[in-house]
Design a protein around this ligand. Structure first.
Ligand SMILES: C[S@@+](CC[C@H](N)C(=O)[O-])C[C@H]1O[C@@H](n2cnc3c(N)ncnc32)[C@H](O)[C@@H]1O
Length: 172
């Protein structure tokens, strides 16, 4: 039976991620799930390439179909799907890395692993924890990563009557 695919609904929160990513460089949507943020990034034509990362294979299969069946997306756009946990990515990450919609402990796990294996070369980190913010921020202030990145801005976004933070860190 064919999979029913719904077209992406880009919320104001998702739009802010794309708006705050650095242009003309790669955009990494890590923990992408539905992929709507990365798709909005693709449609913006603002980035050199867009990478979608999620550890759940069926999520990525669905996203692959969604991208290929979307009438508004040119399959020639430069995008890559990675069925992987963020912490197991094994390539250099340049441009902007977005990690949103997961807990602070997951964000720490991903950043730590990329940093330790010297893959974390992003110019900008966009971090939007939905839990454990109180663990993430002290970690980013004290960890060796704090010598590479500085907090540029914290934005508060509302979505479905919830306030979500977006932390923007830039390479020093
Ligand atoms: C709530 S969704 C977030 C979707 C999107 N980032 C957003 O903010 O709307 C969380 C997604 O993170 C994925 N995920 C959780 N831990 C992960 C990890 N360590 N590496 C990659 N993906 C992960 C889950 O499979 C799930 O699809």
């Amino acid at each position: 039976m064919p999979t029913k695919l719904t077209s992406p609904k880009v919320s104001n929160r998702m739009k802010q991620f794309v708006d705050n990513a650095l242009p003309a460089l790669p955009f990494w949507d890590v923990c992408c799930d539905h992929g709507y943020i990365g798709i909005a990034a693709l449609k913006s034509l603002k980035f050199e390439e867009v990478h979608f990362v999620d550890q759940v294979p069926h999520i990525m299969e669905r996203l692959d179909k969604l991208i290929h069946q979307s009438p508004h997306l040119n399959p020639a756009y430069n995008f890559f799907l990675h069925i992987s946990s963020g912490e197991n990515l094994d390539m250099d990450i340049y441009g902007t890395i977005l990690i949103a919609g997961v807990g602070g402990t997951t964000i720490i796990k991903i950043l730590d692993s990329l940093f330790e294996r010297q893959y974390l070369k992003a110019n900008r980190l966009l971090l939007s924890p939905h839990l454990d913010e109180h663990i993430l921020i002290p970690y980013l202030e004290s960890n060796p990563i704090s010598k590479l990145y500085t907090l540029t801005e914290k934005i508060l976004m509302s979505e479905r009557r919830r306030i979500r933070p977006l932390y923007i860190y830039d390479k020093i």
